[in-house]
Design a protein around this ligand. Sequence first.
Ligand SMILES: [Zn+2]
Length: 140
Amino acid sequence: MTSMETHTTSHNENCIFCKIVAREIPAHIVYEDAGFIAFLDIHPQTPGHVQVIPKKHYRWVWDVPSDTSEPDSIGAYFAVAQKIAHAQRAIFNTEWILSKTVGDEVHHAHLWVFPSNTATGDKMDFAGNAEKLRAAITTQ
Ligand SMILES: [Zn+2]
């Protein structure tokens, strides 16, 4: 077993997700609030596959605060995931939305939220899917 890597910082300069938060590298951002940002995965499983991440650099999803008064609490995290899921349901014609947390690819907490393979749409249409998601999330 490797040692625990629990460092939490506002910004980790070697982290690709921190660079997305800081707009240092481009992403198709579909949602942003005080605690979180959501953007399209560059290797989508299905149309509209989104990554939801805390803006602060937490190593694991389970490292975000449990204190609900924090803008990036675990409760707020799941509420963002629900907004995304509702938008995906409306856009991609399926009520079956999956979420998954693994955490090995990028060492910054991230939650996958993506429609099942019953969804309709073109998963490689990043600009179109991002635009539809942004519109659907704001009108909720
Ligand atoms: Zn990071």
